[in-house]
Write a new protein. Structure first.
Length: 267
């Protein structure tokens, strides 16, 4: 029976982390919801997406008395990724009003405020918590050593990060050129995939998930990259943008020769 004691302690520790993380996400998204009500702009939730992961990561590290190299690296990766993403979306959306997706829901949804609270803010909070699982799992364990899977995970993360950051940058530069108004970007990374930024975001979470695998029971955290990949590819990312452009001749021509998500893979 003695072997049950460490297991019970482990379950209690992880439960505390998950409860703390869930409360943190709820309060964070509640704050964003109130701000969105004041601004009458639900699309600000996109700006706070990256920041929410940073908050979760650092809350789960508290009280910072069991830091090791792996935790420091993982949380720094999340910090850099989250800050870059939030800054990019803020600059992109600033002064342009509510994003077309959220504006459309504002026009068509009945009981808009309660539905927004649940379907936009709390739902994103749930996905944020689920996707953060590898980070929470790493932060809740002590004395984790670096290994080959960690090195591979870092390389995969950096590849995904570069795809997302470079893809976003290329889009910004393209749109700044007035000669490109109304045109589609088909150069740079956008030549190899129609959504390099979404592909990059999914890929970097596979890197984080890989780093969580060597941790005890880390195999279960593989749910994180699976969820973000499905979300971006089949639900909230790719489908919404593709629907916006469908029917355009230039889009159909671009679509016929360019992979939708994973570079060089047509389907």
């Amino acid at each position: 029976m003695l072997f049950c004691i460490p297991l019970a302690n482990k379950i209690n520790i992880m439960s505390e982390y998950l409860i703390t993380a869930a409360i943190t996400v709820f309060l964070f998204m509640l704050m964003v919801f109130v701000l969105a009500l004041l601004l009458k702009d639900n699309s600000i939730v996109d700006i706070f997406w990256g920041l929410g992961f940073i908050v979760l990561a650092f809350v789960s590290l508290y009280p910072f008395n069991s830091l090791d190299a792996k935790k420091i690296v993982v949380n720094l990766l999340i910090l850099v990724w989250g800050l870059r993403l939030s800054m990019h979306i803020f600059k992109r959306n600033h002064g342009k009003g509510e994003d077309f997706r959220y504006a459309n829901w504002r026009r068509t949804w009945k009981y808009f405020i309660p539905r927004s609270f649940l379907q936009v803010f709390m739902l994103q909070g749930f996905f944020m918590l689920t996707i953060s699982w590898p980070v929470l799992h790493i932060n809740s364990n002590n004395s984790i050593k670096f290994g080959m899977l960690d090195i591979a995970g870092i390389l995969i993360f950096l590849t995904g990060f570069l795809f997302e950051a470079i893809g976003d940058y290329q889009m910004v530069v393209f749109k700044k050129d007035t000669a490109n108004k109304g045109k589609l970007i088909t150069t740079g990374l956008w030549k190899y995939t129609r959504h390099p930024n979404y592909f990059g975001e999914a890929l970097l979470w596979w890197g984080i998930g890989l780093m969580a695998l060597p941790v005890v029971d880390g195999i279960y955290t593989i749910l994180s990259p699976i969820v973000i990949t499905i979300l971006l590819r089949y639900i909230s990312g790719v489908p919404m943008l593709e629907k916006k452009y469908e029917g355009r001749a230039d889009w159909e021509a671009y679509k016929a020769i360019t992979p939708v998500f994973v570079p060089f893979i047509k389907k």
